[in-house]
Write a protein that binds this ligand. Structure first.
Ligand code: CTP
Length: 422
């Protein structure tokens, strides 16, 4: 196909890309010549594209070609040499609705995975607040190498979408996996992303995440191993699809990336309960992913409990409120509520009974018997259970699992005749 033809983009979805701000990152590989075509297709569809190229990238394609196609000066250095003008990677990161790195070499992928910010492309990536896609291009052995695969897995866990390289003849004349995906297919993925990114526009989502800490005295608490990663990934995914997200987080050590997520930090189950009642009542979709402590000490001591005062001790515990149960009790028509169940035995039976008992529309079941599932991992293996059936998914990163869960929620709403965004 010539640069001037793009018949398959003449349908209505073309407009999803129109007016979007896209940062196109180009690193130094033979496939950089294909980036000109990618750039041309994006501009033709009405996107505003800012090219950021690595110093090596310029050895493969000239900035003059790229700036002519994009209509904007290409950014490569931190400063413009003759004027001393500083190029703000932060501004670029905030400007972008999407960042696409194509081609991404093994070295750029390694730098991105490890935060090695020694060029404009990686600094822009580190400042990017919205979705990032990476189209790797390298020789087959480099792609298959454990270090590349490790770095790719890190990027996936960080929420980066990997456009897998295709099989074919490579620059080395060897044949195998490593060719950058064709520009037409990258544009297709970009369009799919923008379609998806608007699928939850106008919907309000409330999510509980992380553990709760139940105070024993000023220095001790009862808690659990939940890291909050699954709930945070869900918040990012819903936000990326255009939803207004409120994330009620127990004590966790992770940050929210999307500036659109409204985060409310709490410590105990009672605090989470108090905040959740109002937030879930106002939401269209409620997701209970927090590992709420079922019990709390009857009395939290105001001073540190001293060792010498006790030969042994027992703490009297009382039951915490069931946040999911209480929030679903006064449901409005059309609301969708999703819970989690982390089980060790009789998984399906327990999940089905929780679905019923807690008034939920969907349970995301993970079994502690599955390796890589549950607490403190970057991966999860889930079965999604609804009143009409169940679907088991393979082991994936938590961000990918979040996308599957949100797809399932959207399908459920679609099946109920609730069109998302209405
Ligand atoms: N949940 C909640 N409030 C609680 C306990 C649980 O909102 N006090 C929610 C969790 O966020 C999850 C679902 O209920 O979505 C199931 O949590 P789980 O701990 O598996 O259920 P429990 O009711 O605590 O049952 P059990 O511990 O006996 O398995």
């Amino acid at each position: 196909m010539s640069l001037h033809e793009a018949p398959e983009y003449s349908d209505i979805k073309v407009f999803q890309v129109k007016g979007k701000h896209i940062v196109l990152g180009i690193s130094g590989g033979i496939a950089a010549y294909k980036s000109a075509h990618l750039l041309r297709l994006l501009v033709k569809q009405g996107a505003e594209v800012q090219v950021v190229i690595t110093p090596n990238g310029k050895e493969f394609i000239t900035p003059v070609t790229l700036s002519s196609l994009s209509g904007k000066p290409v950014v490569s250095e931190f400063f413009t040499a003759n004027t001393g003008e500083w190029h703000s990677h932060v501004d670029l990161g905030l400007w972008a609705d999407l960042m696409v790195i194509a081609p991404a070499t093994a070295s750029t992928i390694a730098k991105m995975a490890n935060g090695v910010a020694d060029n404009m492309l990686v600094t822009t990536y580190l400042s990017a607040k919205e979705h990032v896609m990476v189209a790797p291009a390298m020789d087959l052995d480099m792609w298959a190498h454990p270090s590349t695969q490790r770095n790719v897995a890190t990027l996936r866990a960080d929420g980066v979408e990997i456009i897998e390289p295709a099989e074919g003849e490579l620059a080395s004349h060897l044949v195998g996996r490593g060719r950058m995906e064709e520009p037409e297919n990258i544009v297709k993925r970009i369009r799919e992303y923008f379609n998806r990114s608007e699928s939850m526009t106008g919907l309000r989502v409330a999510i509980t995440a992380g553990p709760t800490y139940e105070r024993i005295d000023p220095v001790r608490f009862i808690g659990n191993y939940s890291s909050g990663k699954m709930g945070f990934a869900l918040a990012e995914e819903c936000s990326a699809r255009g939803a207004e997200v409120t994330l009620i987080a127990g004590p966790v050590a992770i940050e929210t990336r999307s500036p659109r997520i409204r985060r409310i930090d709490v410590e105990s189950a009672q605090e989470m309960h108090n905040v959740a009642l109002g937030e879930f009542a106002a939401s269209d979709i409620g997701i209970f992913s927090a590992a709420v402590a079922d019990y709390r000490p009857l009395k939290a001591e105001s001073s540190k409990i001293k060792r010498e005062h006790n030969d042994g001790m027992s703490i009297e515990l009382v039951r915490n409120p069931d946040i999911a149960f209480d929030c679903t009790r006064s449901r409005r028509p059309g609301q969708v509520f999703v819970g989690f169940a982390l089980e060790t035995d009789d998984e399906m039976a327990n999940a089905a009974s929780k679905l019923e008992r807690k008034g939920l529309d969907m349970i995301v079941l993970n079994s502690l018997r599955d390796k890589g599932a549950g607490f403190r991992t970057d991966t999860n293996k889930v079965t999604i259970v609804t009143a009409t059936g169940e679907a088991a998914y393979p082991l994936k990163t938590k961000r990918e699992v979040a996308a599957d869960i949100v797809d399932a929620i959207e399908n459920l709403m679609g099946a109920r005749g609730e069109s998302c965004g209405d």
